[in-house]
Design a protein around this ligand. Structure first.
Ligand code: BDR
Ligand code: CA
Length: 312
């Protein structure tokens, strides 16, 4: 089993990613760390506790993280896509468990030291916790197995701005620091996630499954799907964060290309853009493995088989 830490801004697709990870026999979730992005960090922590309890996985510890970017102001939350509460305005039971009294970045460092070379960190929100961890303990870059980042858009348009993806937009300097740090990074960006769609037929199947969990997720995802439709994506909603988990479960879901990727931190119109040097003779050595192709059919099938049930 792969040891993973999942860094979330829970968020509807974050909730799907958690459910997929918790049910995967290939993963051991050491803990979940929270950050801002879709919503404020306090809401992300609450939602994460609620989702883990809904999934019967409240034994997985939750560590609260950064409440704002290291180097700039907090942006508005993504109410259109995730609702006022981050979970499509679906009310779940109040959490019975509490988050741990240890910072997210400290937890990342401690786990990497305890299991050198074995921990994969999956980030599906802003990169602030990981950047803070690297600043506090530069050896982290050699201690983790890999970082899988849901973020960026190297060959396709952005979603938060014409050129920038939401997780990078939330804290561009943090993303830049992580990419330049030497830590092994796989980038699961909009290049591939926009091809992995959850459709209304899938939600109908979840309703017919009839469990409290499957119906709650169908309700949340219906909100998400309606938001997608409002911005012109009528076929379904993207499985952004679940794909980052999927890439750890089975790296053959994607094809990744080594590339030098820089993050624009100018604050101008291309702020937060992930600029991949795709020339035949790039100016700098690759620092990121960028996922450019996905076997979307195989991934979506696997996701649907495992998201609510723990089976091989
Ligand atoms: C990413 O931004 C967030 O809104 C989603 O949860 C996902 O992590 C997609 O751009
Ligand atoms: Ca997210």
């Amino acid at each position: 089993m792969k040891k993973v830490i999942i860094d979330v801004d829970t968020g509807i697709d974050d909730a799907l990613a958690l459910s997929y990870a918790v049910h995967s026999p290939a993963l051991e979730v050491l803990g979940v760390t929270t950050t801002f992005g879709n919503i404020a960090v306090e809401e992300a922590t609450r939602n994460t506790l609620q989702i883990l309890e809904l999934l019967g996985a409240s034994q997985i510890p939750v560590y609260p993280g950064a409440s704002r970017p290291l180097f700039r102001e907090l942006k508005e939350k993504a109410k259109l896509f995730h609702g006022e509460n981050g979970l499509g305005n679906i009310e779940l039971d109040r959490p019975q468990t509490a988050a741990k009294d240890v910072r997210a970045s400290s937890f990342m460092i401690a786990q990497a030291k305890q299991h050198p070379g074995e921990v994969t960190i999956i980030t599906v929100g802003s990169l602030t916790n990981l950047a803070a961890a690297i600043m506090a303990e530069p050896k982290l870059v050699d201690l983790v197995e890999r970082v899988v980042v849901m973020g960026g858009a190297v060959t396709v348009p952005g979603n938060r701005t014409p050129v920038a993806e939401a997780n990078i937009c939330a804290a561009p300097e943090a993303a830049s620091l992580v990419f330049q740090s030497g830590i092994p990074v796989t980038l699961v960006g909009l290049d591939v996630t926009m091809q992995t769609l959850l459709t209304r037929e899938h939600l109908q199947a979840w309703r017919e499954l009839g469990t409290h969990v499957s119906r709650s997720f169908a309700d949340m995802c219906e909100f998400y799907m309606n938001a997608y439709a409002q911005v012109g994506n009528v076929k379904g909603c993207a499985l952004h964060d679940p794909l980052a988990v999927g890439v750890v479960i089975d790296p053959t879901f994607v094809k990744a290309t080594p590339m030098h990727v820089a993050v624009d931190t100018s604050g101008g119109p291309s702020d937060a853009r992930t600029i991949g040097d795709r020339r035949k003779q790039p100016a700098a050595a690759p620092n990121v493995e960028v996922c450019l192709e996905v076997d979307q059919e195989r991934f979506v099938t696997h996701f649907l088989q495992h998201v609510f049930s723990r089976q091989k």
